[in-house]
Design a protein. Structure first.
Length: 159
């Protein structure tokens, strides 16, 4: 009798996962408070996007000491939890806290002599039979700002 292995057994079918369609956005995102809520979310997104474009995704958090990194992550979780609640004033307060957290992490990095790092950009030229195009490959989408556009015709972004 052959040995039983995971390859000799019949394949088990996985249960189909159905998304929970009972969840609905908090009322504050659909009533008269929605403008306030969306403004708070947009302001946090703008600060986060700008700093991640400048420093790279996740790089500021790596430069922070453990105590500051934990406080920053707690502010991020508190903001996410506030967005699931139904108190627009609490959401605005947590948005302010998270923006201050972003600024504190950047200030710490600068104070300790760190600068926005060089982007990981690789330049290449395709073979002549493939068109001979010059292109750049970047590690993170945030690094596309560092690509020398004069010397490239195409940019390949990470997926």
């Amino acid at each position: 009798m052959p040995a039983k292995t995971r390859y000799s057994e019949p394949k088990k079918r996985r249960k189909k996962v159905v998304a929970d369609e009972s969840w609905k956005a908090p009322a504050m995102f659909s009533d008269k408070r929605s403008d306030i809520c969306y403004a708070a979310v947009r302001s946090v997104d703008k600060v986060a996007r700008d700093l991640e474009m400048k420093w790279g995704i996740g790089k500021l958090e790596e430069l922070a000491p453990p105590k500051l990194a934990v406080a920053f992550e707690q502010a991020r979780q508190n903001f996410s939890d506030a967005a699931l609640g139904d108190d627009h004033n609490y959401l605005v307060q947590k948005a302010d806290n998270l923006i201050q957290g972003w600024k504190a992490v950047e200030a710490y990095a600068i104070k300790n002599g760190n600068t926005p790092g060089d982007a990981d950009v690789w330049y290449a030229i395709a073979p002549p039979d493939a068109g001979g195009d010059k292109f750049a490959i970047v590690k993170h989408e945030a690094d596309t700002a560092a690509v020398d556009r004069k010397n490239t015709r195409k940019s390949i972004l990470p997926r």
